[in-house]
Ligand binder design. Structure first.
Ligand code: NAD
Length: 255
């Protein structure tokens, strides 16, 4: 059987502990540019500079000038067929967890429950000095009320950061531990829309393959794991996952 939705459906249906690993490519069909495709975020900004810990600490006004419109842009975006199908896989028990590098909350909006956001999310604001937390709404309200656009902690006055992990900042320990634990258990890992170039998430497929599990990759561009993949699809995530769900239906119906 050639690599395609039917083969992917069979792989998932036969798995004990299938895990989906997603990157920015699953959200491009919702209108959010990824980092590395043509027209991606990196053509306009250098996120390693503007979304970095040094910029946040030394020039919070510049940091929030970039960050504040991104929050509005991302909060108005809806999940696409790819996110919906991934959530449906989990509802059916075909997939046990979703590990994502995305910070856009689209998996949560689509209904994914065992969701591990290794790069954090926009959902809340945090104070790095006194560890206070505020809701996402409170964070944006404070940014909008400030003359310089910088939201500040009401307890200690330090500039607030959103829950998104910045370049130069460690990943949330609980999320990365959970991601590794699922990778250790996984007999199938389905990668959707990730170049698999950003560590440490880029190490997870290697754990699965090292333990004898199967790796399925649905991503338009090449990845460093292509040669080790049991199944490799290059199509659009939303379309191919929708076909895979139909193929699962056909399997369940005995077709
Ligand atoms: P990436 O930009 O490195 O790779 C995205 C991959 O998806 C590319 O290989 C591209 O060919 C592929 N792709 C694009 N559209 C696709 C589609 N419709 N169907 C299938 N494949 C498609 O992204 P990454 O691996 O996630 O790593 C970059 C970093 O960017 C991550 O740390 C992530 O946190 C961050 N990021 C997140 C968002 C978001 O939250 N939506 C957006 C941009 C960047």
């Amino acid at each position: 059987m050639t690599d395609g939705p039917e083969r992917l459906a069979r792989l998932l249906a036969g798995a004990e502990h299938a895990v989906v690993l997603t990157g920015a490519g699953i959200s491009t069909e919702s209108g959010i540019p990824d980092f590395r495709s043509a027209g991606g975020v990196w053509e306009e900004f250098d996120p390693m500079e503007v979304a970095s810990m040094p910029t946040f600490l030394t020039d919070p006004t510049r940091f929030w000038r970039f960050h504040r419109p991104r929050i509005d842009m991302l909060s108005g975006v809806a999940p696409n067929a790819g996110h919906e199908v991934v959530a449906e896989f989990e509802r059916r028990g075909v997939v046990k967890a979703v590990v994502t590098q995305n910070i856009d909350r689209l998996h949560a909006k689509a209904g994914s429950r065992e969701l591990i956001e290794v790069h954090g999310s926009l959902e809340r604001g945090v104070c790095l000095r006194c560890d206070a937390r505020v809701s996402g709404d409170e964070l944006t309200a404070r940014a909008d009320a400030a003359d310089d656009g910088v939201p500040r902690c009401s307890a200690c006055g330090f500039q607030l950061k959103s829950g998104v992990v910045l370049f130069g900042e460690p990943l949330p320990a609980d999320a990365i531990e959970a991601a590794y634990a699922h990778a250790e258990r996984a007999d199938v890992m389905l990668v959707v829309g990730s170049s698999l170039l950003v560590a440490p998430v880029s190490q997870l497929p290697g754990i699965v393959v090292g333990n004898g599990g199967a790796l399925a990759i649905l991503t338009e561009s090449e990845t460093p794991y292509d040669a080790q993949a049991t199944l490799r699809m290059h199509g659009r995530a939303g379309e191919e996952l929708t076909r895979t769900l139909r193929a699962l239906d056909a399997l369940a119906g005995g077709a």
